[in-house]
Design a protein around this ligand. Structure first.
Ligand code: ADP
Ligand code: MG
Length: 614
């Protein structure tokens, strides 16, 4: 019998490779842009026709190619970027596989004009079907002007799989921006069918982000900067209240290459935990630099996932440095009582460990449901805080510094508060509180007027307490003498069954009866039994309607649902003491600025703004 194995002709081999490298016009644009960057261009123009289906032209002012190099560039595995296997682990260029041009030339017609700065004449090449059809000398500018025509004309089946022009163009823009964001010092223009879509002048990184995403983003950016032995991180995240419900402004780069990294994304998300709702996604533009030998370089050309050696460490470093940045640049200044450049936030010097978050004071006997003047101080747990979280350096936790700020800045301190211990007075934060519009607690500070949404504030306080009790201790429910039976719909019944244990931590004692029934024996302290029933049903309802994809999120959700159901409503009159207490409780929270689902609790009407009125 005859041997049957043969080598594939180059054109076929290249087409197969092209299946991986060149999937759509966007891949061509990306590869050519990267080549221009690698060639040291300072200006790159991209001109498309029909979203690249008819033409992709990329013009750069880079170093150009000699006649031989220009020809060689279209050979498979032809690259000027690596010479030895050792080089593979020290890649600093965007491309290195030497496949892009060969692949493109196997599925499209390519024309090139290229000239090196020192040469008088440049080279013109025409390649089709992986074959050099024409080569001649030509007059042209320094740099490379590469035109790709009739993409996939050799593989009609692939052409059919292309999407609408609008969809292909969207893909191109996505890829274009990923590259443009890694090279702010290079000017880029992108034109489709004669229409200029982007014109990005050479600039710094921040300005590039602003030029791409619009002026309004400038004020929202929070710089991140961190250098460690393992990784250095530069870039920006955004202030929490501008987190969005959808993806689109999340960018990680490693050694100047765009990457997707679900695990690192989690680190960012976690840095915002408590500052934004869990369905909200912060924008970020983070540039990581690592030793190239610590990442997997054998990256598939179209894949954007990258493996890191020190993934867990980098996770922690990301988390810590973003938290620190948010602390420095966002939260503190908005409620800072003295804005003269003194930010009383314990700045983390070392990034080896994530920052310690002050823990919440908690008293299991505390009745969180009533902020009333009738609340007797003797009964209140505030006279005996269970634990006072103090910074290891001896400095008070960050929010307490705010109170010190208040005092130092000459707020009136009410001295006559019967039954209160001294420490309490100093923590009272001034004591001038006005309830306004049935909704806001208003109190003056040096830098302006603080407005607090009473319901949201209470929700935050309750949320942190509930979360704490869910995580650590059991609350004694109040037993009812006449426990009632609650019948649940099929779905709810299963949910209650699943949550039964956690509900018990909150003080709901439920025992399964017959026929999808539960008997409610006890409700959380501070709720009447009747109110407890309502809160239970409300919280199940809220819990059901929230997405809770991961197990760890469950407790947060439960705590949030419960806090929402049990929090003080608007138009509940509050007297001064009740307001003061809520104020203190709020600022004892880990994240007083926002509700757990990301709504603003506190706003400071800046003195400057008021002054401008007059
Ligand atoms: P790779 O970028 O992986 O090396 P390519 O097929 O994309 O492979 O390019 C092959 C080679 O052609 C590059 O290594 C480079 O030497 C040369 N080249 C490609 N594009 C340009 C350009 N715009 N300017 C100068 N040289 C280029
Ligand atoms: Mg390349």
């Amino acid at each position: 019998m005859k041997d049957i194995i043969q080598l594939l002709p180059d054109s076929v081999a290249n087409q197969i490779a092209a299946g991986e490298v060149v999937q759509r016009p966007a891949s061509v644009v990306k590869e050519l842009m990267e080549n221009s960057i690698d060639a040291g261009a300072t200006k790159i123009q991209i001109i498309l026709k029909d979203a690249g289906k008819s033409r992709v032209q990329v013009i750069d002012d880079g170093k150009g190619m000699s006649p031989r190099d220009a020809r060689m560039a279209f050979e498979r595995h032809a690259t000027s970027k690596i010479a030895t296997a050792h080089d593979l682990f020290h890649i600093r260029t965007m491309g290195f596989r030497g496949e892009a041009l060969a692949s493109i030339a196997s599925v499209a017609e390519v024309e090139v004009k290229t000239k090196r700065a020192g040469d008088e004449l440049g080279t013109y090449l025409f390649i089709a079907d992986s074959e050099l059809k024409r080569q001649e000398s030509t007059r042209c500018n320094n740099g490379t002007n590469l035109l790709v025509k009739n993409l996939f004309y050799t593989v009609p089946a692939r052409r059919k799989f292309l999407k609408s022009d609008a969809a292909e163009l969207r893909n191109i823009v996505t890829g274009f921006l990923r590259v443009a964001l890694t090279a702010p010092r290079i000017a880029f223009t992108l034109v489709n069918n004669g229409e200029e879509l982007y014109n990005l002048p050479a600039s710094g990184t921040r300005q590039r982000v602003v030029n791409v995403f619009g002026k309004q983003i400038d004020a929202r950016l929070v710089p991140v900067h961190c250098e460690t032995g393992i990784v250095s991180i530069e870039g920006f995240t955004c202030v929490p209240r501008h987190a969005k419900k959808s993806y689109g402004e999340q960018f990680f780069f490693v050694n100047n290459r765009f990457m997707k990294h679900a695990f690192f994304h989690k680190a960012v998300q976690e840095a915002y935990s408590g500052l934004i709702g869990h369905e909200m996604i912060p924008s970020y533009f983070l540039y990581l630099t690592v030793d190239p030998s610590t990442i997997d370089v054998n990256i598939h050309p179209t894949k954007t996932e990258i493996k890191f050696q020190d993934e867990t460490a980098i996770f922690q470093i990301l988390l810590a440095s973003i938290r620190e940045s948010l602390g420095k640049f966002n939260i503190t200044p908005t409620i800072d009582f003295d804005t003269e450049g003194k930010v009383d936030f314990p700045v983390q010097e070392e990034h080896d460990e994530p920052p310690k978050v002050p823990s919440v004071e908690y008293n299991p006997g505390y009745n969180p449901f009533h902020y009333r003047s009738s609340l007797s101080r003797a009964d209140s747990d505030f006279d005996s805080p269970v634990e006072r979280q103090v910074d290891p350096s001896g400095a008070p936790a960050r929010w307490e510094k705010l109170f010190q700020g208040l005092e130092e800045h000459g707020q009136e301190v009410q001295t006559e508060m019967p039954g209160m211990e001294e420490e309490q007075e100093t923590r009272d934060g001034g004591g001038t509180f006005v309830q306004w519009n049935g909704r806001y607690i208003v109190t003056p500070a040096r830098s302006g007027m603080i407005f607090i949404d009473q319901k949201r504030a209470h929700e935050r306080v309750l949320f942190e307490r509930y979360l704490e009790s869910l995580e650590h201790r059991q609350v004694q429910g109040q037993k009812s003498l006449f426990p009632e039976t609650i019948e649940f719909a099929a779905g709810d019944y299963l949910l209650v069954k699943e949550l039964q244990g956690d509900l018990a931590f909150l003080g709901f004692e439920l025992v399964e009866g017959k026929e999808k029934e539960f008997v409610l024996y006890a409700t959380p302290p501070g709720l009447s039994y009747a109110r407890g029933q309502v809160v239970l049903l409300d919280l199940i309802e809220h819990y059901k309607n929230t997405e809770h994809p991961v197990k760890e999120e469950m407790k947060r959700n439960l705590a949030l649902s419960m806090a929402k159901a049990a929090s003080l409503s608007y138009n509940t009159p509050l007297d001064k003491e009740a307001m003061g207490e809520l104020f203190r409780d709020l600022f004892a929270c880990k994240s007083p600025g926002y509700t757990a689902d990301g709504r603003t609790i506190v706003h400071v009407l800046q003195a400057d703004e008021v002054n401008r009125w007059f």
